[in-house]
Design a binder for this molecule. Structure first.
Ligand code: ADP
Ligand code: MG
Length: 242
């Protein structure tokens, strides 16, 4: 579903990604972790063409992300993205937030978009809040709306960039629960997160990044198994977040 081949990227003189290679199969849940500044957000943004890269190739469901002539709006509409900050439109109700891209990008009728939006709102447990504005919801609820909004586009893969790291601790689980449910339903997911409980529960693989490189890319059981088999940097990282 996602093929990342030898990606290198520079911001000016600064090399932010060095020769990153991995692939994600349909239905896999890949957790990306690593210290702050290691390039996790940059890598995930490259997958969605939110950031250009200078070397390598990324193929999403057969489409080359960096190639000239690739229809980026179409590609992005198939790749759901959920960020740390939910970025709902403050002046639109929750229902309107869920309808907007369906109507504007996919050309669905308002009725169809509303039906779909409300069904997804129910799926994330927020039906009672359909007519409210984002500011009337808690951070955890807003993030669940953001996930529902991404799902409204019928994505073939979902990218998450630290979706719970800006939330108060008591709201983290309600968002992780939605993500676990998605994973168990078979959604292909690439998740930057330090929630190792989530990784242990649903990850197929764990990628560990450091200084712009993929240092570890292994099956979950291997990653959390014999720690002494992990790289020194991964061991240090794991010991800090546990
Ligand atoms: P992570 O998500 O792992 O914390 P990022 O991908 O956000 O890491 O950033 C990786 C490195 O690239 C950091 O050193 C960061 O300061 C740098 N960086 C990120 N965005 C930019 C940018 N737009 N211009 C220059 N440097 C950047
Ligand atoms: Mg980041």
């Amino acid at each position: 579903m996602i093929d990342i081949k030898n990606i290198s990227k520079w911001y000016g003189q600064f090399q932010v990604l060095t020769d990153c290679t991995t692939s994600i199969k349909k239905g896999e849940v890949v957790v990306v972790c690593g210290p702050s500044g290691s390039g996790k957000s940059t890598l995930i943004k490259c997958v969605n063409a939110l950031e250009p890269f200078q070397k390598g190739e990324i193929i999403v469901d057969g489409t080359s992300v960096g190639a000239k002539g690739t229809n980026l709006p179409k590609l992005r509409s198939r790749v759901g993205m959920v960020f740390q900050h939910f970025e709902l439109f403050p002046h639109l109700t929750i229902t309107e937030n869920l309808m907007l891209a369906q109507v504007k990008v996919l050309g669905r009728s308002k009725d169809e978009a509303k039906t779909k939006g409300l069904a997804l709102l129910e799926r994330v447990g927020l039906s009672a809040h359909a007519a409210k504005y984002p500011a009337q919801l808690s951070g955890g609820q807003q993030q669940r709306v953001a996930i529902a909004r991404a799902l409204s586009m019928d994505p073939i893969v979902m990218l998450f960039d630290e979706p719970t790291s800006a939330l108060d601790p008591e709201m983290v689980n309600e968002v992780l629960d939605v993500m676990v449910q998605l994973a168990q339903e078979g959604m292909t997911m690439m998740c930057v997160t330090h929630e190792m409980g989530f990784a242990k529960k649903v990850a197929s693989r764990v990628i560990f990044m450091d200084q712009g490189r993929i240092i570890e890319d292994c099956a979950k059981d291997e990653f959390f198994g014999d720690l002494s088999a992990r790289s020194e940097r991964a061991q240090g990282f794991l010991s800090k977040i546990h």
